[in-house]
Ligand binder design. Structure first.
Ligand code: ZN
Ligand code: ZN
Length: 374
């Protein structure tokens, strides 16, 4: 296998400054880190990148590489001869937000940690979403154990310092790898990074310091929410660690479909079928609205696809006063079954209207699209 030029691997010129090298390395490592890049050759390329950076970031090795190429940095084994302390890179990987790579756990172990957020999916009826509601929800979350106050130790006992890591919570290992010897810092397997060992675990929580509890909570849902609306209940999530704050609880709204109302933002749409006489002569009809029955005036000569607007009969705005409208989309039904009396009347009407036809400029759907704005 021919080895790629280290400058090419990092994508920098031969006179790149050490800052250029560092930022090029960060950028490429972020793309190639095996935790995020699932390409089969990502690991190889990540090793190659590390090797290139390890050589070029060391002034002596860089000078040797510049003069002699890869041969200049190879030892007697034919392998690159350098060692890299991965813990030196930990700040770089902290910067990326990676947890697995030589990151020091000492800093984060005792720092207060915010608890995790929880999510709860709440189903509402159409009416509840429009007008708001008080809903009781049940959430299961961790609570600080009442027996041990979160320490995990049976009351009256106390944890002992971990002898494997001397209480630091991490162990250092020197490994011989393809890239030379590397110091790897890992979480202490004996104490799990805690630095101490619980000799007598609390009998209530088995040493976890928390217990699962079901809690009931009444949530006030404001009028105007829709599917996907999130209501944040601050501090109702999982408890934090080391005295950190609770996470939040997000109640995510799901609105069940209504029998005939449909919603578009703050307007409520009702499809209404009227008969041919109502459309021709006009009429007053009773229709459902979210507030109850209401009278709708249909003007004479109403065409199929006409949309009538009832102001203020829609959904309340979430963030300010006022409501949307109810839109009534009219369809005109052509009768398919006639009584003999109706047939007679239609035959008279047919004679009176004559046999003239005219090509249409617009279709019913065009009308409806225009009226409802797409
Ligand atoms: Zn406990
Ligand atoms: Zn330990």
């Amino acid at each position: 296998m021919t080895q790629r030029d280290y400058y090419e691997v990092l994508g920098v010129g031969r006179n790149a400054s050490s800052d250029d090298l560092k930022s090029a390395f960060r950028q490429k490592a972020r793309q190639l880190h095996p935790d995020v890049n699932k390409d089969p050759d990502a690991e190889e390329r990540f090793k190659e990148l590390n090797e290139a950076y390890a050589v070029l970031s060391d002034a002596e090795k860089r000078a040797a590489y510049d003069r002699f190429g890869h041969a200049g940095v190879r030892g007697a084994t034919g392998m690159p001869d350098f060692s890299m302390d991965f813990s030196d890179l930990s700040d770089i990987f902290d910067f990326f937000g990676f947890g697995s790579f030589g990151r020091s756990s000492r800093r984060s172990r005792n720092a207060p940690r915010r608890g995790a957020d929880l999510q709860y999916r709440l189903d509402l009826t159409f009416e509840e979403a429009v007008f708001g509601a008080e809903k009781e929800i049940e959430i299961t979350r961790d609570e600080v154990c009442g027996t041990c106050n979160g320490s995990g130790s049976e009351p009256g006992t106390s944890p002992t310092r971990c002898s494997a890591c001397n209480g630091t919570g991490e162990v250092r290992q020197v490994r011989q790898t393809l890239l030379g010897s590397m110091v790897q810092v890992t979480t202490c397997p004996t104490c799990g990074g805690q630095g101490e060992i619980i000799g007598t675990p609390c009998h209530t929580c088995q040493g976890r310091g928390v217990e699962r509890r079901m809690r009931r909570k009444v949530v006030t849902i404001p009028g105007g929410v829709d599917t996907g609306t999130q209501i944040r209940l601050a501090g109702e999530g999982q408890p934090g660690g080391n005295g950190g704050p609770h996470g939040n609880l997000y109640v995510v709204i799901n609105v069940k479909p209504h029998e005939y109302f449909k919603r578009r933002d703050n307007d409520i749409i009702l499809n209404l079928t009227i008969n041919i006489a109502q459309a021709t002569l006009g009429a007053e009809v009773q229709i459902p609205t979210i507030d109850g029955p209401a009278t709708l005036k249909i003007p004479a000569g109403t065409q199929p696809g006409k949309v009538l607007r009832l102001r203020g009969k829609g959904v309340p705005h979430l963030r300010n006063n006022g409501r949307g409208d109810q839109l009534v989309a009219l369809n005109v039904e052509v009768p398919t079954r006639l009584t003999s009396e109706q047939r007679e009347l239609f035959e008279k009407l047919a004679k009176s209207l004559g046999s003239e036809v005219h090509p249409a400029e617009r279709s019913f759907l065009d009308w409806l699209k225009d009226a409802l704005g797409g």
